[in-house]
Every structure is written in C-alpha cells, then in structure tokens.
Design a protein around this ligand. Structure first.
Ligand code: NAG
Ligand code: NAG
Length: 735
C-alpha cells in the first residue's frame, strides 16, 4: 500500500476502543449469576409434594425461571465485551482523496400511499448531496410500488438537485434533506438570497408533488415532456408490469451538470418487473435487482442501502464507512459497516420505546466485540462482492478502483434497454440469486439472515455509532404498529434459528461463540413469550387463592430473589440512563417490554410454529409512515394509542384486568383481616402483582377513563373484562 510514500507510516484509518468498566461489570454479572443459581436450587429443592396445593404452578415457575436464567446468560454476550469505533477521515483524504472508490446508493420504497413521495425524494436528495466526489456516486431508487407518482417526484427531484447539491456544498448545509433542513434552526443562520431562492424552489416543487398526489395524477405538460412516463400503460398495475428503468441523471454525460457547472451523481429510477405468477420476494428481491442493474450502470464497489424514510443526517457518512473498508491493516476483513437505526420522531419519554435505545447504544457494541453487528437492512454499507456471495480469504485484498470500468460508448437509452432484462422476473430462475448470492429469500428478516451468512463466510462487520446520527428515520407512533413490527422481527428471527442458517448449528465454528450467543438472544425473542405470559398470570391467580409460590420474607431463600430482582432492575435503570434515556422513558421501556412479550412475541411464536407445520404464509407488512393529526397530537402528549380492535389488545387488556382483580381482591381481604395465608409468605407474589398493575396503568385508563378517540374500543373492554373475570372465577372455584 502507498502509505510509506505519503510518509504517514502506519497510522490507522480507524481506532477500536474497549468499553470502560468491563471488570466491574463482569464481577457484577457473576454475582447475579450466583443469585440465579440459588433461585434454581430453591425451586428444585422445594417442590410441593404430590397432592399438595401449588405443585403444578411450581413446576411452571421452575420452567420459567430456568428459561429466564439461561436467557440472561445468553444476553451477557451483548454486554461482556463492548467495543467502540472511531474514524479518521482526514487521514483518509490525505492518503486516498484521488483514489476513492465508486459508491452506489440504494433507496427502497414499496408503497406510495404509506411512504409519501415527498419523504422518498427527501431521502434521495440527502444522499445525493453527500460530501463525496459526485462523479463517483450513483443513487438508485427502487420503487416496488411501481408508481408513476413516485417517478414524477423523482423527476422533479432530479431537477431540484441541480440547485440543492451546489447549495449544500457552498454553505456546508447540514442536514442535507431539504425538509429536515428547512424545518431546523440551522436554516436561519444563512442570510443569503440564495437560501430564499432554493427554499422557494423547494416549496414550489413540494406544492406540485403534493397536488399530484392528492389528485392522483400528474400535470399534463410534464406527462408529455418526459419519455419515462410512456413506460406506464393502461394495463400496468402495481403487481403486474414490465421493468421500468429510467436513468434520470446520467453521470457519464458531460451535460449532466448542476447550476454551478459541477458534476451531479447518477440518478436512476427502477421498478423491477412484477408478475402475479412470480414470487417477488419483497425487499430482498428488490435489492437483488438493484445489485444487478447497478453493476451494469455504475458498478460501485461499495453499496449503501437506506430505507426511503431514513435520510442522511451527516454528509460525511460515506467517508466514515470508507475509513473501515480502506484501512490497510484490517479493512480487508470487513464486509459491512452498519450504522444504528435512529429516529427523529421520538418524544422525550419514548412511550413506545421505539428508539430501541438499548439495542443501538449497548447491545450492538457488544456484538461488535465478537465479530460484528447484525445487518439490519438500512443504514448499512456493503462491499459489493461480499453481498454477491464472495468468501473471505486472507490473500484476497480488494483493489479499490476509482474509475467506472464499464464502457461509456453506449447512450443512456441503449444502456437502459440492455440492462432492463436484469430486473425481469425470470432472470433469477436457475441461478444462485437469493440463495448464495445477494440477499437471501424466504425469511421475513432477509437482512439479518443475509448478514449472518456473510459472517459465516469468514467476514467481519463493524458497528459505527457516531455521536451525531448518520441516518434518521420515522419511528412508529402507535402501539398496534409497534407491536406488529416486533411480531415480524421476532418471528423472522425465530425462523432463522430453525432454518438452514441457524446461528446455533450452522454458525458453529464459523462465527465466534460470543456472536452465536448474541444472535440467539434475538432469535429467542419469540419463545420468551411463554415464560413471560406464565409469570405475569399464574402467580397472581395463585395469590387470589392464597397459595404461596415464593419463599417467605423471613426465609434465607428470600435473599437470592430479592438480590436478583433489585440488582437486575437497578442495573437496567442505570444502563438506560447512561445511554441517554429518562427515568420515565425507562419505565415506558419496561412496559413495552412486557407488552411485546405477551403479544408480539406470542403471536410470532404461534405463527412460526403453524408455519412449520405448513399452515401459513410469510407476509411482509410495510409499516405506515403517515399519521393523521389527531394521532400525532396524542403521540406528542405521550398518550398511548389503542383505537383499533386489534387482537393483541385483547390479550393485553385481559392480563391487565386479571392482575387488577387479584390485587383488589387480595387487598380487600388483607384490609378486612380475613387473612390470605399470612403476608409473610405472600409478599413476593403480592409485590409482583402490584408491579404488574402499576405498569399497566395506561391500560386501565384507556379501558375505563379516557374519552378521546385513542381509547380502547368498548368491544375489547367488554371482552377482556369478561375473560378476566371468567379466568379468575375458574381458578378460584374449579380446582
Ligand atoms: C443531525 O444533524 C445535526 C447537524 O446537522 C445535528 O445537530 C443533530 O444533532 C443530528 N441529529 C441527531 C439526532 O444526532
Ligand atoms: C415527526 O415529527 C415532526 C416534528 O416533531 C412532525 O412535524 C412530523 O409530522 C412527524 N411525523 C410523523 C409521521 O409523525
């Protein structure tokens, strides 16, 4: 490598630091583990004799506690060896500014109704304006909705980019999504008439696009002027159309210039062919079509993929990622660089816990210590060749190319015609696409399984989590959507565990044991539901009957229970605050933790099992990114949104009612002095039930006290009260 001639010796392009306080953490974890062992010993040695009350419940709790304990051991892999990365972009430009490789950026959208074209083009514009040589960048929009409104918006964006890109570079604007920039305060610092001009152009464009969306059609003059629109004909529908490919800005064309006369990045619109008789494989299929099409047009060696709702909040992210790939010592081992998924729509206390704070601030750093994070499908830079299935070998070092190695003689039209075939339905027949090449098919979390299979070929990945977020997305703002999203993730992860690529078996010897454990913590999300549902229901029912399942407060066996609970929750609170959350946010996170486990994970578990038996099909739900103002307002006020008759809500409400009934009934008996087998022996059960009621408080208010539209539908209220009363009655009198 050329470092010696530059005289900078062996200065690395990135630095890796271990998390602080690891020794203390490990001692602490060891002490908790001792507590867990003692709990197991207690459970196993105090089983009620045959015929004694509570024997069944006792076995259940033994099972649940074994599960929780073992799962806790697995989660240690996410905390044991936390690792942080730092980049040196100045060294990168000193050494390689003229040899920077080409990069292809994929933006995926799937449905113009729930992913509005304005949002999509803001993401596109934010990545077009990266601080990177424009002639080395190509941006591809994959539109699985096959919508001419999205195409129209992209066409408008390609024109607006001639003003926006030079404006960003001239004033060093951040962030480079126009919508985010114009609504931020930083936009007031530029007192230049150019700002007014650009802002006006943006608003006019926004106006034209939103009008077109509202009317469901585009202005007539535009329609006629661009040949792109001729590709939609009367027989096209979302699920049945030819490949639509349009190079909107051709970077090879000397006339493709912005208003300052500088080059612009290539911009391509692609709606791959869709036919009802061919499975389209959702986002994985779209990504694979993009990989092939881009290989003929720009063939960048590095691929960034972002979801259409995640704009770039940092114009230097490409350079950050290249610091890893181009590092002389370690770069050749790294297959992908994953950025965290951050959101801009998070309220202060994050009612739905949608920031996934612990995953991005703690757990992924832990995975990074063992070989790298999961690929989470957005905000991720890949090497093109690893994404296409290349195996790792020590000898094989990438030669970074800065030129386009594709012939430039063809015109854009000829190129389009030639390349279209690569996005056709039949192209993948009898090929390795979706199996050994590209993103893997057949799994609801195609991204995670793809990342895993890359790591199993010997590659490492890197987690880069800068203080200033690289990408910002839109978080879900209602409970049903949050729960559905988690259902899909947990179901997909469980299916990976049971698939050919199981991190437990297939990964054996291919990835480090720490990473195997890390993957398993996510894969076992769904089965976690069983132990949690049991724990949040059965002890309360036994409480109602006055049967004790936990040691007395005065017994020494009480200590391990108390220690494990207090230590675990004190630690979890401390960790949450340390990673930037609030106390109330932590409390909300605990609630969502419970909600997810008793509903999303349970549904996911059941569906996955049914699927294995051949009863259901995997489906992919695109989560809604538009919300009506009413809902937004309640979201801003951090009120939970119930509103729909969503089956998962029935479970939540029933569990909440059941615990409330137990608590009220038992409290009444304690107060009236009619005894419940002594408070001493029931204390832990009583506290558990009390905490469950406390955490469910928003549910009671949604069931009985709220009057706004976000309250629980009365059908669910009726159903859950009926169910809870029946369960309590049965458990008290039937046996
Ligand atoms: C996004 O970028 C801006 C600078 O443009 C920065 O001030 C802000 O903190 C970033 N947002 C997040 C959430 O990091
Ligand atoms: C996201 O938050 C911004 C600012 O808080 C708001 O204007 C916008 O409507 C929100 N978007 C959604 C989808 O809730």
């Amino acid at each position: 490598m050329g470092n010696n001639e530059h005289g900078i010796g062996n200065l690395r392009l990135f630095e890796t630091r271990r998390g602080k306080g690891r020794i203390i953490y490990r001692l602490f974890a060891a002490s908790v583990f001792v507590g867990i062992l003692l709990i197991w010993v207690y459970r196993a040695s105090h089983i009620p004799r045959y015929g004694e009350e509570g024997r069944l419940g006792w076995f259940g709790l033994l099972g649940a506690e074994l599960w929780f304990g073992l799962y806790w051991v697995l989660t240690q892999s996410l905390r044991w060896n936390r690792t942080y990365r730092f980049t040196f972009k100045d060294r990168l430009s000193q050494r390689y500014e003229n040899d920077l490789p080409r990069i292809d950026i994929f933006v995926c959208t799937a449905d113009p109704d729930i992913e509005p074209p304005m949002m999509v083009i803001n993401t596109v514009l934010s990545v077009m304006a990266y601080d990177y040589p424009p002639e080395k960048m190509a941006v591809y929009l994959s539109d699985d909705g096959g919508s001419y409104l999205t195409f129209y918006a992209l066409l408008e964006a390609s024109i607006f980019s001639q003003h926006w890109v030079p404006f960003c570079k001239k004033f060093n604007v951040e962030p480079r999504s126009p919508a985010a920039y114009f609504s931020s305060d930083s936009c007031n610092t530029i007192k230049d008439k150019e700002l007014a001009t650009v802002k006006k152009l943006y608003e006019e464009m926004e106006n034209r696009i939103t009008t077109a969306v509202k009317l469901g059609g585009i202005p007539g003059d535009v329609d006629l002027n661009h040949k792109g629109f001729s590709q939609w004909n009367s027989s096209s529908s979302r699920r049945d159309h030819d490949t639509i490919l349009q190079i909107l800005i051709d970077g090879r064309d000397p006339n493709a210039k912005d208003i300052e006369g500088c080059a612009l990045p290539t911009l391509v619109y692609l709606a791959r062919e869709k036919r009802p008789q061919y499975p389209h494989n959702f986002k994985a299929g779209a990504m694979n079509a993009l990989i092939r099409v881009s290989s003929e047009i720009s063939n960048g060696q590095v691929i960034l993929n972002v979801d259409c709702d995640m704009y770039s909040n940092n114009s230097c992210s490409v350079r950050d990622a290249l610091c890893f790939f181009m590092d002389e010592e370690k770069g050749h081992e790294i297959a992908y660089v994953q950025f965290p998924q951050n959101y801009e729509n998070i309220t202060k206390n994050d009612v739905y816990s949608s920031s996934l704070r612990l995953i991005s601030e703690v757990e992924f750093h832990g995975l990074d210590g063992y070989g790298g994070p999961l690929y989470i499908g957005t905000g991720c830079f890949h090497r093109r060749d690893t994404l296409c299935g290349m195996e790792f070998s020590k000898e094989n070092r990438t030669r970074w190319r800065s030129e386009n190695d594709k012939p430039t003689k063809e015109s854009a039209d000829e190129l389009e015609t030639r390349v279209k075939d690569l996005a056709s339905c039949a192209y993948e027949r009898n090929t390795q696409w979706g199996k050994e090449m590209g993103l893997r098919y057949g799994c609801p979390v195609e991204d995670v399984i793809t990342g895993l299979s890359i790591q199993c070929l010997g590659w490492k990945s890197v987690y880069y989590n800068p203080t200033r977020n690289g990408f910002l997305g839109v978080a879900s703002t209602s409970l049903d959507i949050t729960l559905l999203q988690h259902k899909r993730w947990s179901e997909g992860d469980l299916l990976i565990l049971l698939s050919r690529y199981s991190p437990a078996w297939y990964g054996l010897g291919k990835i480090s044991p720490g990473l195997q454990m890390g993957y398993c913590t996510y894969c076992l999300w769904a089965p976690n539901s069983l132990a949690t549902v049991f724990y949040s229901m059965v002890p309360s029912l036994y409480l109602l009957r006055g049967i004790s399942l936990f040691p007395q407060v005065s017994s020494p066996w009480f200590l391990p229970f108390a220690y494990v609970l207090i230590a675990k929750y004190a630690y979890s609170l401390a960790e949450f605050l340390w990673s930037g959350g609030t106390i109330l946010g932590w409390w909300n996170d605990q609630r969502i933790w419970l909600f997810k486990r008793t509903t999303s994970y349970l549904f996911a578990f059941v569906d996955a099992m049914l699927g294995l038996l051949g009863y259901s099909e995997t489906s992919f739900i695109v989560t809604n990114k538009v919300t009506d103002p009413d809902v937004s307002q309640r979201y801003e006020q951090e009120m939970m949104e119930f509103r729909t008759s969503f089956p998962m809500f029935t479970i939540l409400a029933t569990l909440a009612m059941l615990n409330l009934i137990s608590l009220v009934w038992v409290t009444k008996r304690v107060v009236t002095g009619s005894g419940v087998g002594g408070f001493d022996s029931m204390a832990l059960q009583y506290i558990l039930c009390g905490v469950l009621v406390l955490i469910n408080l928003p549910l009671y208010s949604a069931l009985f006290f709220r009057n706004d539209k976000g309250k629980m539908p009365s059908s669910i209220t009726a159903k859950s009260v009926f169910l809870a009363v029946s369960i309590c009655t049965c458990s008290m009198y039937l046996y």
